[in-house]
Design a protein around this ligand. Sequence first.
Ligand code: UD1
Length: 430
Amino acid sequence: MEVIRVEGGHPVSGTVTVEGAKNSALKLMAATILAPGVTTLENVPNISDVHIMGKVLKELGATIEVVNAHTLRIDTGNVDSWETPYSLVAQMRASTAVLGPLLARFGKAIVAMPGGCNIGARKIDMHILGLEALGVEFDVDHGDIYASAPNGLTGTTVTLDFASVGATENLIMASVHAKGTTVIDNAAREPEIVDLANMLNKMGANIQGAGSPVIEIHGVGELHPVTHAVVGDRIEAGTFVAVGGMVGQPITVRGFDPQHLGLVLRKYEQMGIVVQRGEREVTVSRTRELSPVDIQTLPFPGFPTDMQAQTMCLLSVARGACVVTENVFESRFMFASELQRMGSDIVIQGHHAVVHGVEGLSGAEVRSPDLRGGAALVMAGLVADGVTTVSDIHHIDRGYERFVEKLQALGAHVGRVSIPDVSLEDYRQG
Ligand code: UD1
């Protein structure tokens, strides 16, 4: 078993470059199904979730050439299957992103029903209701979703109950060839949705309004393959910005659009972090103690749920109390109980967390509860007294490329360490 071992209290400073966005790359890979032939994706992060999406596409009949660490050539010309098994969906819920493209290309799809995950139930009812409005029929049998549109899809207006990222993306991809115009009302506005629409428009689709709450998709004929570079990862960037805020010494984060972190950076400024915005980079530093600030997560341009754990880490050592409210996912406070093992003072009440800042954190053995929570625990270890070991680091590898190496390059005393593959309890007992 591998754990990440962090020795707290060492200077951490310098420049770090982020990769392409995980949440965009996964959907762009699924979207290649819509343009039979060879699409080249650049700036693809080399992370385990991307590897799983690669397996999903191969299962469908695509071939993938890894040109270099960040460039994939995906040939979907020979895709001849429309079935995604539970073995893959269980590894990564975003596998369901192939539902829309398969329906658009073949008029049918079989996708395993996703189960629960560490951050909540994550239903796909809005995907299904929206697709039904476009003429798709659904049947659920033995845990698989059978979707078919024998008469093709027909454009209509779909109003989402909640600005779901995944539902917006599946509806965009499903409707590129639909008859007439599809309108998605209360659509998600995340930068990754804009990236998807940009690539599809390059392929010949006609999508207007991505990035706003109303997206219009005018159905067109066949799409053609393109070359497209994935947008920079605002959440990886935000994580390193949070590291900078935590350690206090200047850190420059490159390779993304600072506007994609608009509210996060403004909140961090209110906390006393100095933020200098550049064209494709920000530099953060701090000369005074952190101040508490209330946070509530919301769909973009609200405060991202994917930055909640890293921000709670900062707030756990701020001078005073504040409330963090999680509105997007249930069960996304599991990270807080691990942080409590490091001496933080956090009380969870439903979807609110009351955080009382403490003088300092103390190194401990903690478990990564999910992707962002895992990264936040490593971050906490950087300022904690003594040594912190974070286990279950496969969560971190899902979404951060070379996380440990990037922290090492900033001067952090951090490393991946193999420990005997015994239970953590045995390990603790020595
Ligand atoms: C995506 C991101 C994830 C991010 C989230 C919110 C990917 C691979 N993941 O997840 O990192 O945290 O957006 O920004 O892009 N919901 C329903 N029914 C549905 C769909 C969603 O009830 O049909 C609920 C979910 O359970 C959740 C909330 O809506 O509570 C938001 O989900 P959604 O925006 O769809 O997130 P994902 O696309 O799963």
